[in-house]
Design a protein around this ligand. Structure first.
Ligand SMILES: Cc1cc2nc3c(=O)[nH]c(=O)nc-3n(C[C@H](O)[C@H](O)[C@H](O)COP(=O)(O)OP(=O)(O)OC[C@H]3O[C@@H](n4cnc5c(N)ncnc54)[C@H](O)[C@@H]3O)c2cc1C
Length: 481
């Protein structure tokens, strides 16, 4: 594991102003440093504690429910940091080369660079998605996107909405929508009820989370909202936009009219920057994903790069706060400063307990392993490049493909604007099942810059800024805008 040079002339840089990044910044400020804190959004808080735009004034209780006091505490910390850090909102880190981060100032549409010697990556997560027929229809959203619409701008994805998939966010978001007055037509959980029963003893080790889950479920049931277990999404249908959803349950197909569908199967870590920075990865069974390796303090395999929060493995917001503080303490320690060993061990114990509980959540909301065997050939797998499941299956079989990057080269899966951030995990499941390997052996797509799409209008500037990035790659990204 890394041990950064003790003498640094540059301020530490933190990417991500969510729970992990804010606590990391706070810890560095407490030690007398003035870190650079970069986030592509307008305000600190990250996903769970996302703040409303200026001019919106819903109270914290309405926005964050049980998490209101935690959200307010984090926002207060963020505000207190503003004049003690070099804060860069609206700033996307899209690449890194030679000791410098490549930035896009989103509002000004301006490129910039940020040199670094010590870097904390706290980049969070997005939804883990598995495609199904019609998932590209207007009206179909991921669970996270459905929640962002509601939390950020008080907008619903439809007037009669179905939520489908699995994971704790499924019930939480259904509850938030119903509480906001939207008709929730059904909650379709792909996990069987028996999985939840079996996981109950282990879930009791996280009594607060367990109690909240029961509350959401009880609240939904008390209002007569339909909840189906072992329900597997088959199709979203409609001519121009979504009008109905179809699923299979115990061999029977069922259908329901709706004009909004939120779906997702828990979360996946945003690991692209760690990959571009050459951090070592290994397969993590709990997350069913390749993740950057970190030691018990959050040090990556690369000197000066530290990892914290959901971006290094899904652990939730409390754990993200602890991991952010811990990564900052590691950075301070590596800079030759004394850190409080008792606090380090307390944070490590809290994180170890959370990881144990995380297994219970995985058992209660298991990954739907049958998806890969049941998904139809005509389903679009990679929407950027319009590659179907059938086309990918055919190439894997005909060319005996074994590796994700070979699949990408031959099929263009993951080569479009999302760079595999959306389709990558589903493609890995498909490659593993079709080639008879484990998901771990199927490997992972190597991250490529830009990690998120850049605007076409300023493609020539990017060329100037980063000559290593071919202008065709930029234009190709932009073709989809
Ligand atoms: C859409 C969504 C909704 C969620 N809702 C809930 C919820 O209601 N309740 C709950 O308990 N958990 C929720 N979670 C999970 C929860 O958000 C996380 O466990 C927690 O926020 C993790 O904190 P973090 O600091 O690691 O990451 P995040 O809170 O995700 O923060 C990461 C930050 O990094 C920034 N960032 C990422 N990449 C870049 C880049 N390249 N350049 C610049 N900035 C970048 C992002 O803008 C973001 O602000 C949600 C997750 C998602 C994805």
């Amino acid at each position: 594991m890394s041990s950064a040079a003790s003498l640094t002339t540059l301020p530490p840089v933190i990417v991500g102003a969510g729970p992990a990044g804010i606590r990391a910044a706070e810890t560095l400020v407490r030690a007398g440093l003035r870190p650079v804190l970069i986030d592509e959004t307008a305000k600190g808080g990250g996903q769970i504690y996302r703040q409303q735009p200026d001019g919106f004034s819903r109270p914290a209780k309405a926005l964050y429910g049980f998490e209101a006091s935690r959200a307010e505490a984090l926002h207060a910390s963020w505000r207190a940091l503003l004049d003690q850090v070099d804060y860069r909102p609206h700033t996307l880190v899209w690449n890194s080369e030679g000791g410098e981060l490549d930035l896009l100032q989103v509002r000004e549409q301006h490129y910039d660079g940020q040199p670094w010697q010590q870097l904390i990556l706290a980049t969070g997560a997005t939804d883990r998605i598995l495609p199904f027929q019609g998932w590209t229809l207007p009206g179909v959203y991921t669970l996270g996107a459905a929640q962002i619409a509601l939390k950020y701008q008080a907008t619903a994805i439809g007037s009669r909405v179905v939520f489908a998939g699995t994971g704790p966010l499924l019930y939480l978001i259904a509850y938030q929508y119903a509480k906001a007055g939207v008709e929730v037509a059904a909650v379709l959980d792909s996990a069987p009820f028996s999985a939840k029963l079996q996981a109950t003893p282990a879930m009791l080790k996280g009594p607060a989370v367990f109690a909240k889950g029961l509350w959401y479920l009880g609240w939904l049931k008390a209002r007569g909202i339909r909840i189906e277990y072992d329900a597997h999404l088959l199709a979203a249908s409609g001519d121009q936009r979504l009008t109905a959803v179809r699923w299979r349950q115990q061999g029977q197909e069922q259908q329901l009219d709706c004009d909004g569908l939120g779906f997702g199967y828990a979360l996946r870590s945003e690991t692209q920057l760690a990959d571009i920075l050459d951090c070592r990865f290994q397969f993590d069974e709990l997350n069913r994903a390749w993740l950057p390796v970190r030691d018990a303090m959050g040090r990556s395999s690369r000197d000066g790069v530290y990892l914290a929060g959901d971006g290094a493995g899904i652990m939730g917001a409390d754990a993200a706060e602890w991991a952010g503080e811990l990564a900052a303490l590691a950075l301070l320690q590596d800079s030759g400063r004394a850190v409080d060993a008792t606090r380090v061990s307390q944070l490590q114990q809290q994180l170890a307990r959370t990881r144990q509980f995380r297994q219970a959540l995985e058992d209660a909301f298991p990954f739907p392993e049958q998806w890969v065997h049941e998904v139809a050939d005509d389903v679009v797998l990679c929407r950027c490049e319009n590659v179907t499941v059938g086309e990918a299956r055919r190439l894997i079989s005909e060319l005996s493909l074994q590796d994700m990057n070979r699949l990408k080269a031959h099929s263009r899966v993951g080569m479009g604007r999302c760079q595999g951030r959306m389709c990558g995990l589903a493609a890995a499941e498909l490659l593993a099942a079709t080639s008879g390997q484990s998901v771990a052996d199927a490997g992972r797509l190597r991250a490529q810059a830009p990690v998120k799409p850049l605007p076409y209008a300023i493609a020539p500037t990017v060329q100037q800024w980063s000559p290593a990035l071919p202008v065709t790659a930029v234009a190709e990204e932009a073709d989809h805008d």
